[in-house]
Design a protein around this ligand. Sequence first.
Ligand code: ADP
Length: 243
Amino acid sequence: MIEIVEVTKRYGNKVAVEKLNLAVPNGELFAFLGPNGAGKTTTIKMLCGLLFPTSGTVKIGGYNMSTHGDEARALVSYVPDQPFLYEKLTGREFLQFTADLYGMPIAYGKSRMERVIEMFHLDEFVDTLTERYSHGMRQRTVFAAALLHEPKLLIADEPTVGLDPKSIRELKVLLRDLAKQGVTVFLSTHTLDIAQELADRVGIIHNGTLIGCGTLADLRKKAGSDGTLEDVFLKITEPSEST
Ligand code: ADP
């Protein structure tokens, strides 16, 4: 689903991502980790088609983001860490607006709206203005909107921050279910225990370079540690402190 080949992104002289190679197959739940400033947001923006690589190629579902951006973007949904909603719309109006943006046929849009309202238990508040929503209600509405057009790739940036334990549990179940249904989930997070629990594979980016990628077992081998993902992450990203 994701093919990143030899991707470098520079902002002026600053290299944010360097010679990144990464392939994520259909239905994989992939966790993308890295310290602040490592290049995660830059990579995500390139996956969404919001930024283009300085060199190299990004393909989504076989479509090159630089030459077939519309086809590639149609497969992707992105949930940012700050759930954005139009405050003067109700949740239902926001979902309708999203369906219209994606050009969904009316009947399909309507049935998908009913489905996501049910999936995320929005019925109690979906007809209230979103300015009155709590963080958890916002997050559920944003996820509902993101899944409305049945994307093949869901990119979620720190989706569990600010959620209560019950919502975190529901989100974890949702992400695993999506992957089981064949949706590729690309999760960027600092919450290493969630990454360890959920991810099929983990990629660690540091100073713009992918310095580790694989299952927890692969990364443990690389780090020479049989600890948790947190131990492995710290060992790989801060080698001088752990030796
Ligand atoms: P992360 O999401 O892992 O914190 P980013 O992708 O935001 O990392 O940033 C990677 C590097 O690129 C950082 O050194 C950051 O300062 C730099 N950077 C990000 N955006 C810009 C920009 N618009 N202009 C210049 N440098 C940037």
